[in-house]
Write a protein that binds this ligand. Sequence first.
Ligand code: IDP
Ligand code: MG
Length: 136
Amino acid sequence: MSNVEETLSIIKPDAVDRNLDNEIKEMFKNKGFSILKEKKIQIEKSEAEKFYKVHETKPFYNDLCAYLSSGPIVVMVLEKENAVLANRELMGATNPNDAEEGTIRKKYGISIDKNSVHGSDSVENAKIEIDFFFND
Ligand code: IDP
Ligand code: MG
């Protein structure tokens, strides 16, 4: 049975800053993702704090929110069969040092904080995150 899902992807400031957005979008398209919506924006730190609220007790929360709001990002809605898991697989491990060959973070990630992409971790969170950025 088919299970087409939508998930939220963000190309983070480190990757946009290095003009990697088109190459990363190609990696998604080559894996069969459709980019349903996309926009390049810069968010306020207060918005990043809302977006990453699940991490508010973590020691890296403040730096993480400062970082996500530090420059332009590309926010996309991706669609594909089992898109949430497929995107997590294509992204690779949170720490680029642990990411497998062929993943976005292995190819482009600089460090655990500058790891080039965000992806929703569940169908439920994908809905919340898509609504957060594309609520019109
Ligand atoms: P994910 O992006 O792979 O889903 P999460 O655990 O949800 O990873 O963490 C959100 C983001 O917070 C990561 O992408 C990374 O940029 C940052 N982060 C996670 N763990 C650490 C850490 O130990 N030090 C610094 N930054 C971290
Ligand atoms: Mg996460």
